[in-house]
Write a protein that binds this ligand. Sequence first.
Ligand code: ZN
Ligand code: ZN
Ligand code: ZN
Length: 113
Amino acid sequence: MTDTTYRLRPVVHGQSLDPQTRCAHWHSELDIIALKMRCCSTYYACRECHDELADHPAEVWPKAEWDQAAVLCGACGHELSVAEYLACESQCPACRARFNPGCHKHSHLYFET
Ligand SMILES: [Zn+2]
Ligand SMILES: [Zn+2]
Ligand SMILES: [Zn+2]
């Protein structure tokens, strides 16, 4: 961790969460990101976690709001905007941790495509 300004990490919700935000659904070594859903501005480990735990339907981020922080690196706590995440090539720009490249296949569950 190279970030010198201490920030409290956002709270992440999910099923069987581990400290790097892996959950009951996605738990490979690379599954370390959490996603903020637009509907409730709350981080969940994945869309399935949201749908099982939240009491409302999920909303995805429209393109006009892709500058909002919506992806959390579970390794270092860095928050990425949607646009940053889609451009980061599955690697955290802050700590260089690898993200699961397969997550991009599920982008439509979180972001308007
Ligand atoms: Zn929600
Ligand atoms: Zn999950
Ligand atoms: Zn990171």
